[in-house]
Design a protein around this ligand. Structure first.
Ligand SMILES: NC(=O)c1ccc[n+]([C@@H]2O[C@H](COP(=O)([O-])OP(=O)(O)OC[C@H]3O[C@@H](n4cnc5c(N)ncnc54)[C@H](O)[C@@H]3O)[C@@H](O)[C@H]2O)c1
Length: 384
């Protein structure tokens, strides 16, 4: 069987990372054949691979069967639709689109071509710590979920980071801030583990810590269809910051913090205990369980292997592209709720949000000064 020929469009931080593990042979039955960037200097070192300055030329070149889209967010929709129309399989970087209406368009384009594989790069879904939390939920060990809290304020970013790309942290270039960029992985993990909330109330602070126009400090409140509640707190301006993910169910509580996963198991259901107890101040007995886990060695490569296996063998995708709608909707709705000053019921009105975002773009007076960043190790940001 011939290997799947892959092209990468966008050779910035993550595009280079995808190229490195593909060229190192970490994904079987897959060959990197072409790369694309508007900057010729980013392509030199990839020769003798085929190099392109224009995505259209790559997509119509007959050199690739599949593409990884690693450009700024807005182009995920336009390039994704073009790639699908060109008959290619598509792995799109997160977020699948900058806003929900665009995500719907991209998903529709794939629905018209269901034989092509459309995946999204949500590599946290391959991390054993989240898979173990998923097992606790799905097996019923946690009981019915009653509360979620994720404080993830350790996405610290400097002014130099924001100045490093003209598209970053602008309404026009990115469509949002910490929610749509850094936290998109966490929002996907939440939707994947717990499903979507029915109501969202967001409190975003725009440019609270940085010279940017989008949100960099956020507190959000969620309500789920079964009455469970949740809070999601994030920031790119706080140091040292916290990363504590806690899910409480009627049978116990799981906490992921400081690279440790701890399950406190109620010996009986807390609701039943409360109803049946004859005394006022006792609680269910608990068992304390430390759940061991290793971090995934190469999560992006694992997800790409799954994408290739889906193309060649029909293996189900770990992260289907269509799932990307949920994290975009969470990011958009937290921001939109802030702008409206009220709670939002989900599913939210994608057209109304798109109009509001376009208004923000039109009213923007923000001027970005781009400064090239020096020799930074961007893979340091992969640990969450
Ligand atoms: N899954 C992950 O772990 C992960 C990590 C980082 C970034 N990302 C996502 O990847 C995307 C890119 O992020 P980044 O940090 O690499 O940004 P970046 O600015 O470092 O790189 C983007 C690159 O795209 C290129 N580009 C822009 N328009 C293009 C076009 N039409 N054709 C070809 N190339 C084009 C730019 O020249 C730039 O080199 C974002 O959507 C981001 O959210 C995902």
């Amino acid at each position: 069987m011939k290997p799947i020929r892959v092209g990468i469009i966008g050779m910035g931080n993550i595009g280079k990372h995808h190229a490195a593990y593909l060229m190192a042979g970490k994904v079987a039955r897959c060959e990197l054949t072409a790369v694309c960037s508007p900057s010729p200097q980013k392509l030199e070192s990839y020769k003798p691979l085929r190099v392109f300055g224009d995505p259209e030329a790559l997509m119509s070149s007959d050199e690739v069967d599949a593409v990884i889209l690693a450009t700024p967010h807005y182009q995920h929709t336009t390039l994704g639709i073009r790639a699908l129309e060109s008959g290619l399989h598509v792995m799109v970087e997160k977020p699948i689109s900058a806003h929900k209406a665009d995500a719907e368009k991209l998903i529709l384009a794939h629905q018209a071509r269901p034989k092509q594989v459309f995946g999204a790069m949500f590599q946290l879904r391959t991390e054993p710590r989240y898979l173990k939390i998923q097992k606790l939920i799905q097996s019923g060990e946690l009981g019915e979920i009653v509360r979620m809290s994720w404080i993830i304020t350790d996405w610290f970013r400097t002014e130099a980071y924001y100045a490093s790309g003209g598209w970053r942290a602008t309404w026009k270039g990115e469509g949002g801030g910490v929610l749509l960029n850094q936290c998109l992985h966490n929002l996907d993990t939440l939707a994947w583990l717990l499903g979507m909330p029915s109501t969202v109330r967001g409190f975003c602070q725009l440019g609270r810590y940085h010279n940017i126009e989008v949100e960099d400090n956020v507190t959000a409140y969620f309500e789920y269809p079964n009455g469970a509640t949740g809070i999601f707190v994030t920031s790119t301006g706080e140091a040292p910051g916290t990363n504590r993910f806690e899910i409480a169910g009627t049978r116990g509580r799981v906490v992921l913090e400081s690279n440790q996963l701890h399950f406190t198991r109620n010996d009986s259901c807390m609701v039943q205990f409360s109803r049946e107890a004859r005394v006022g101040f006792s609680k269910p007995e608990v068992w304390n369980v430390e759940i061991p886990f290793e971090n995934a060695a190469s999560p992006h490569a694992t997800l790409m292997q799954n994408f290739i296996d889906a193309i060649l063998d029909g293996t189900p995708l770990i992260a289907p592209g269509a799932d990307g709608l949920f994290s975009v909707e969470l990011a958009n709705s937290i921001l939109y709720s802030t702008l409206l000053g009220t709670s939002l019921d989900l599913p939210m009105d994608s057209g109304a949000f798109e109009m509001r975002l376009n208004q923000l773009i039109q009213e923007s007076r923000f001027e970005k000064k781009v400064v090239e960043i020096v020799n930074d190790d961007f893979t340091k940001s992969f640990h969450r």
